[in-house]
Design a protein around this ligand. Structure first.
Ligand code: HEC
Ligand code: HEC
Length: 306
């Protein structure tokens, strides 16, 4: 009896040992792959911009900052904050963008700003974490210059932040796919031409330009999707095959301004950032509404397509 038990124990230990070794080896491979991707060097050529300092341009820059949701991650005063703090995934920190202590404002050259915002890479040419530059890449040169001008004018705020800390689960999800958005640099065709200037208009074309900022959450096809970050609510279908199809332009604008749906349900700003979208001008909201109505699957395709 005793020896039989020993044999079972011996084999159990062997199997468990082999499994542990296998898991360690698999994680070794994932760790190596994630380190490679996180340390990949991107040789981008940042466009040379004349950064404006006049108050009219800075006001335009402030508006872009407000509608692009930079403050959702970098904080109201843009002094940065710990953006992801999850026991499983670890910590990701959004930088202090001011010229205060711990901020980048004093050290960044115009090219550094362009590299970070448009290309999603840091001063070391390695990918920035979580910074959604794939959404900012198509921003016109004029808009980008105004935005940087405004950022350079921010009052300094001292805020020294901790460093990132990616836990094994984050690395596994990063390599396996669900968290591949962790670095946006690899999703951008860095050689693509960007327009110098785009004139605001109440039409679908300008709406498309603005709606790029919605696609990170609502998906490339705007039909909604599950969110990769734990605790985040799935986004809604905002083509007219979703509830939006039954809403008027006015009702759509009320959601962007207040988070209140026509049925009275209050949407939480933590899920859908209406504190940011409320900053759109009415004409910009109308342009986005028109664009959403031209999307495939839309029942209103016939009436709104040119
Ligand atoms: C979804 C969250 C998120 C949004 C939205 C976002 N950022 Fe970031 N951003 C980050 C994080 C996180 C980092 C730090 C990346 C790193 O250190 O790897 C970062 C880094 C940066 C950097 C580089 C700073 C450095 O330390 O190298 C700049 C510049 C920047 N963001 C500007 C902006 C601007 C301007 C906007 C709006 C147009 C914006 N960000 C929107 C999360 C975000
Ligand atoms: C940070 C992620 C995020 C961004 C960015 C975002 N949304 Fe949303 N949005 C959501 C989520 C999540 C919901 C669902 C919230 C709920 O139902 O409680 C939602 C809901 C909506 C709704 C209500 C739809 C319905 O059927 O209830 C509209 C309209 C909408 N978003 C439009 C937009 C537009 C337009 C933009 C860009 C200007 C945008 N959103 C940007 C996450 C986002």
């Amino acid at each position: 009896m005793k020896s039989k038990f020993r044999i079972i124990l011996k084999w159990t230990l062997r199997v468990v040992g082999a499994l542990v070794l296998l898991l360690l080896a698999a994680y070794g491979v994932i760790y190596y792959q994630s380190e490679q991707r996180l340390n990949q060097v991107y040789q981008v050529t940042p466009v040379k911009l004349a950064i404006p300092t006049d108050s009219a341009s800075l006001a335009l820059g402030e508006h872009i900052l407000a509608i692009r949701g930079c403050q959702d991650c970098h904080g109201k005063d843009l002094a940065g904050k710990v953006f992801i703090d999850d026991p499983g995934l670890g910590q990701v920190v959004a930088s202090n963008l001011t010229s205060g202590k711990g901020g980048i404002g004093k050290i960044f050259t115009p090219e550094d700003w362009v590299k970070a915002i448009r290309h999603g890479v840091g001063t070391d040419n390695k990918p920035l974490l979580v910074m959604p530059s794939n959404e900012f890449f198509p921003m016109s040169n004029a808009d980008l210059a105004n935005l940087i001008g405004y950022l350079k004018s921010l009052p300094p705020v001292d805020n020294e932040l901790p460093v990132h800390n990616l836990k094994p689960l984050a690395r596994v999800l990063y390599i396996a796919g669900p968290l591949s958005m962790l670095t946006s640099a690899q999703k951008i065709d860095h050689t693509q031409e960007v327009v110098d200037k785009i004139e605001p208009a109440v039409n679908a074309e300008y709406g498309k330009y603005l709606a790029v900022g919605c696609s990170g959450c609502h998906g490339q096809d705007f039909k909604g999707q599950e969110m990769p970050i734990p605790g985040m609510k799935a986004s809604a279908n905002i083509t007219s095959t979703g509830d939006l199809g039954k809403w008027t332009e006015e009702q759509f604008m009320t959601v962007l301004k207040t988070g209140k749906r026509p049925d009275g349900r209050q949407i939480d700003n933590k899920d859908m950032p209406w504190e940011a979208t409320k900053n759109f001008k009415d004409d910009e909201m109308k342009a986005i509404f028109r664009y959403l109505q031209t999307l495939p699957g839309s029942q209103n395709l016939q009436t709104s397509a040119e």
